[in-house]
Design a protein around this ligand. Sequence first.
Ligand code: ATP
Length: 444
Amino acid sequence: MSKQLVQIGMDDIDSPEGGCTTHFASLLVEKLNKKNVEWMDYPNLIRLNPGIPYRTRGNGAVALRFRVDQNEVASLSGMVEDLIHNYVDNKYPNTNPGVVFLFNEVPKQVRDLAKLAMWRVVPIELAQRLVTRYKINHYAQGNERGLIGALASVANDLSEDYTYEYIAYRALKDCKESRGVDAESVLAMNQKMGNRVFSNIDPATNKILIEPHGPDPVIFGVRGEKAEYVIEAAKQVRSAQQVERWLVFRTNQGTGGHLKHQVEIKNLRPYMATVVIGKVNIKPKMTEGGHVIFSITDESGSVDCAAYEPSGEFRETIMKLKVGDLVGVYSGVRPASRTHGLTLNLEGIEVKELAKTSVFSNPLCPSCGKRMKSAGRGKGFKCTKCGLKDTEITKIETVVKREIHAGFYLPPARAQRHLTRPLVRMDKANSGKASHLVAKWYSH
Ligand code: ATP
């Protein structure tokens, strides 16, 4: 029997027990496997604009891509809807599930929406208009906001760069208990795996980063460059709680995919993820709460920039900036409030050019070597030891040695976003499609 390509995008599928879209996707993968589907890709975990105010956690959406027998296609949407009804509680606030089913090529306008969703706020109406215009088979509940992430994930082919994450889940009934991920096992795994994995620990504090802290079903997630690596790494992680299921995702995490757009200061809007290039015009100051605030200016205006207390040692780097330094501020735009104007929340900084700063001191006497004194305005310098006077001699300029170099700086791993491109990935890009799927990329 001939098979049909099916791509399903989904988002905002939360449950009162703490479920999340990736966990829901793992249940759906299990169901689909019973239908003998041929997987075209690993499930894709697509992180969207991290500044979106109504996200629950990391603003993640999921796309599944597979081929299935023609006679199974008609039953798919009913199957997904039933699964959602069982998973989501209608009365649970702030859950607006959206699912889309595509059977053909993804329309260009949907691909454009996907690009926008990485760094702007996409209006719900745009997503609704596109599903109507292109007659996209879909399911949505509540205010239908989930359609945005559903479309944005299905239309993102991860062609520029991608990484992998192995996510281990516990049973929903266990979500109130502690996970008990064994830190020693994570540190040993990280050591052994080297740069094949990333963002699993915070090297500055040795804190492990793979274990979330909320009441969600994720026990831990290991990130890396290949599916084989994250599977090998996850086998080395021990946890007190039992792993009920696991799944490998191909993902845009660690790619910096949200920070690709440079915007002039006058064009900044709340919740954008953007790069702003400007010169420091107010030097950094530490507030009582430990946040560091400075301002930059470009030809169109100036804007405050903030490195908050949790960004730890990154603030020390920021404090070394001086007026006149040319920087690229990688940031999320925080709206203005009663107490502050529009602010760039720093996620990274590129120091492009350091301003030259000098100190001036009186010259040394050419005859006896003693430091000279001014002989009065416009009258040069005189030596108090040997009496030499010189009207031509000028002050000595000493260029101040800066404590910071041109380069790219990031907050420590513990304060980075899912999408942040970590320093170890700066020169890496996994381009093209996943060449093949490993034999076992899910637990059931
Ligand atoms: P979960 O892990 O449970 O999915 P989450 O942190 O991913 O949690 P959601 O509960 O999915 O957050 O909420 C995010 C909502 O924001 C979704 O409805 C999604 O469609 C929508 N959304 C995502 N990106 C954008 C964007 N750029 N513009 C507007 N809405 C967006």
